[in-house]
Design a protein around this ligand. Sequence first.
Ligand code: FPP
Ligand code: MG
Length: 302
Amino acid sequence: MYSNATETISSELHQVDEKILEILSKNQNILTQNFISYILTGSKKIRSTISILSVKALNESFSSKQASICAISEIIHNASLIHDDIIDNSEQRRGKPSFNNIFGNSAAVLSGDFLISVVLKELLSLNNQTILKRYIETFSTLCAGEINQLGEKNKIISVDEYIEKTERKTAELFKTTLFSTFYTENLYENITFAENFAKNFGIAFQIRDDILDITQKSTGKPVLSDLNNGIYTLPVIIFAEEKNITNPQKINLSDLQNSCAISKAVDLCAKYANRALDLLEHFSDNQYAKALKNLCEELKRI
Ligand code: FPP
Ligand code: MG
């Protein structure tokens, strides 16, 4: 996924990588090299990809300030994954041993906290109260989403509650990245469309990830991790609702995999990807807008 989209913006993605490197290098500790390889080599940088493409779909050039915003979001995303793997007790991330697996939980907690402190310094240096406030709100939203998810462990939530949770834990950072990328260069006119695009793209992105966790197509992390951790994602929620199941731990995996719950989850993913596609009508029809359209289409291919 994403190969065609990233080819057209390889120099801008390189600019983001350089910023990440610069930010991490001026905040050294003994794990710095590990942070660099974790963030630079493993990540798909999807938040940066859609931000860069959106800016260029408006026929604007991608600036150094915008590269800083993308770098900040990538560092936050990776910090949240380091923490997420501790919470999920996950041994793998992106096909490699997770941070907690290599360094232990204590170092992993501190690493996530450290990366957030680095990002806060960088945000302060941007000297933009609106963007700073927006990211701080995002930290709260992400953490509150995860705290609520802990409270919902082993419970079957409704589809609406699942979507609401997904908006908080995944779509929020997509939205903030797009908002800030536009805001930092005063591109106010299209900011609402960009945020709405990011929200719908983010929701579809998370639904796709959750479906792949059940269908066991490789995502570089242990399959069924959510189900085994008592976190019931969309396919399980739909299946349990249809079959009146109260204890999902008793679900037979191949029954679930062969059920229409999977195709219904794919349909819901497509609904959000299509909403994102509709919003692209507000952008021009250049190669970058086409790359964004292709990304939305790819979200539907599960
Ligand atoms: C991955 O979801 C996790 C998130 C999208 C958010 C995690 C947020 C926190 C742990 C809060 C802490 C935040 C900061 C900023 C340090 P997933 O578990 O569905 O994805 P996965 O299958 O890739 O693990
Ligand atoms: Mg996880």
